[in-house]
Design a protein around this ligand. Structure first.
Ligand SMILES: Nc1ncnc2c1ncn2[C@@H]1O[C@H](COP(=O)(O)OP(=O)(O)OP(=O)(O)O)[C@@H](O)[C@H]1O
Ligand SMILES: [Mg+2]
Length: 237
């Protein structure tokens, strides 16, 4: 895999639209996240945070620049991967602002679905789901339907789902916003454990003052440009 394992972004730009109404949401952004690292991405509303995660997650196409994920160039002034769907399914865990659970599957199957799609045996996928639900303190709701859960419980299930395939990259957009302080820190503890245990590279977009002190490294984004700085890196017991 060589030196470029993790997440690397070089000169990444994204323009929405054309002509007078064009918006330059990202302006030659550079960013690197090593395997095992959890970095914060912080910036005001409209600064380009979600756009950056969507480019990295191959949800939208950048305008130019270069992106490497897990040792492979995925974008270099054009996609370098033929099947972006498989890339998203197997290599990237997404945690969105809203949980987007599948309403007709119970909690366990919502989490087990991705490992099953990746052809893991059903028993193994469900055992993994239960392990994650336990770690996220929602195992007692394993048989419930998503509509029967509180907002915070749904969010924790969606985090379990993002971790289920042990992806080398996790992209999280405001993952702790609906959670109380204790659970927000529990989520950060799990993300940090995941990073260490599976050498996952994790980017967390957040405004959440409860979790900002936990990052060792932070990228600030303002008007489409990033600046890196050291964080407090407060220990999560
Ligand atoms: N699909 C789109 N078409 C046109 N402009 C867009 C589109 N999506 C986002 N933008 C613009 O790009 C800029 C960056 O938006 P983005 O959603 O990345 O911001 P953000 O940092 O995630 O903000 P927030 O904190 O409010 O979620 C904004 O000016 C926004 O209006
Ligand atoms: Mg956003």
């Amino acid at each position: 895999m060589g030196a470029s394992v993790g997440i690397h972004i070089e000169g990444l730009s994204k323009r929405y639209g054309e002509g007078d109404t064009a918006v330059d949401a990202l302006k030659e952004v550079n960013m690197s996240v090593a395997p095992g690292e959890v970095v914060g991405l912080i910036g005001p509303s409209g600064s380009g945070k979600t756009t950056l995660l969507k480019c990295l997650g191959a949800v939208i196409e950048p305008t130019r620049g270069r992106m490497t994920l897990g040792g492979e160039v995925i974008y270099d002034n054009g996609w370098k991967i033929s099947d972006l769907r498989v890339l998203r399914r197997d290599r990237i865990g997404f945690i969105f602002q809203a949980p987007y659970l599948i309403p007709f599957l119970d909690v366990t199957d919502n989490v087990a679905l991705l490992p099953m799609l990746a052809r893991r045996p059903n028993g193994e996928a469900r055992a993994r789901a239960l392990e994650l639900l336990t770690a996220l303190d929602v195992a007692h709701r394993a048989k419930a339907q998503p509509s029967e859960l509180s907002g915070g419980e749904q969010q924790r299930v969606s985090i379990a789902r993002a971790l289920a395939n042990k992806p080398p990259v996790i992209l999280a957009d405001e993952p702790t916003a609906p959670l109380d302080s204790e659970r927000a820190l529990a989520v950060m503890r799990i993300l940090n454990q995941m990073a260490t245990q599976y050498q996952t590279a994790i980017i967390v977009v957040t405004h959440d003052e409860k979790i900002i002190p936990t990052f060792k490294r932070i990228y600030h984004i303002r008007d489409g440009r990033t600046v890196e700085e050291a964080g407090e890196g407060r220990a999560l017991q």
